[in-house]
Write a new protein. Structure first.
Length: 70
């Protein structure tokens, strides 16, 4: 089980996967918006999205868990 964490504080602009989706390493899971920049957050390993911990529009801090991949 792998936790995908926010690399910086920002708003969840777009979620590109759903629970149960298969993902590959380096595939974008969420795109954050911070300081008018879009920051993609990618899966670190291949697997299946077990749970999304955020919704579009949520604010996250650096280190917050965004999703769980297993």
């Amino acid at each position: 089980m792998t936790e995908i964490k926010a690399s910086m504080a920002g708003s969840v602009w777009k979620i590109t996967v759903a629970g149960g989706d298969k993902v590959e390493s380096d595939q974008d899971v969420v795109i954050l918006e911070s300081m008018k920049m879009e920051i993609p957050i990618a899966a670190e390993t291949d697997g299946t999205v077990k749970e999304l911990k955020v919704a579009e529009g949520d604010f996250v801090n650096e280190g917050d868990v965004i999703a769980i991949i297993e």
